[in-house]
Design a protein around this ligand. Sequence first.
Ligand code: CTP
Ligand code: MG
Length: 229
Amino acid sequence: MKAQAIIPAAGEGTRMGSDTPKIFLPLAGVPMIVHTLRAFEACASVDKVVLVVHPEYASEYRSLVEDHGLTKVKEYITGGVRRSESVGNGLTYVDSDCGIIVVHDGARPLIKPNLIDKAVAQCVTDRAVVLGVPVKQTIKKINALEGTVERTLEREQLWEIQTPQVFHRDLLVEAYEHAKSLDVTDDASLVEQIGIKVKVMQGDYFNIKVTTPDDVAIAEKLLAMESVG
Ligand code: CTP
Ligand code: MG
């Protein structure tokens, strides 16, 4: 089945604290968003990318796409204040004959093309698929006001959820229309809100979201390893 991608890349990158949005930061000499788009360029299952952009930098995204020969980026859409609004803005720009939508954070430049393809294949039967990895650390719920532990969560039940997240088009459109709250950090949350079971597929611990300056250092190391291997 044909799939197309929406890549939200319109965030401010507040936690990174850089002058320009973090997705323009160089990683191994190339802007973060270019690494992400290259993975989509290389995957077999996606034939078009809808790039959701920060309105103040519209021309920068276009230049990067042209300079790096990224042929699958066919639409540039202005993002919203929240991530969910950014993805929501992109929904109508997926071709009407495309049955599967892949959503992937612009800030996850280490995604492997074959994992995108695997998630798309899984979505054909499972309708809603997210990548994730089992949590390795002990996670505690804390009382932020007191700075004390409320309780320790059972690690066996905890997975760290990543993108890509892949959905049958109708399902994702319905989730965006009917979700009670758009105050979420991923798309599966909206699909869960309309009562649909979301399949969790084993992802890759290297598929980090570059969020704070220490993540930049980690991403650089991981990319350097890849270029050697
Ligand atoms: N994103 C977006 N539109 C928004 C917010 C986020 O398109 N209004 C995108 C980001 O560009 C990023 C992805 O969603 O590729 C994941 O968001 P996050 O890591 O939170 O990035 P930022 O929102 O940019 O960072 P911060 O939360 O630190 O401001
Ligand atoms: Mg954010």
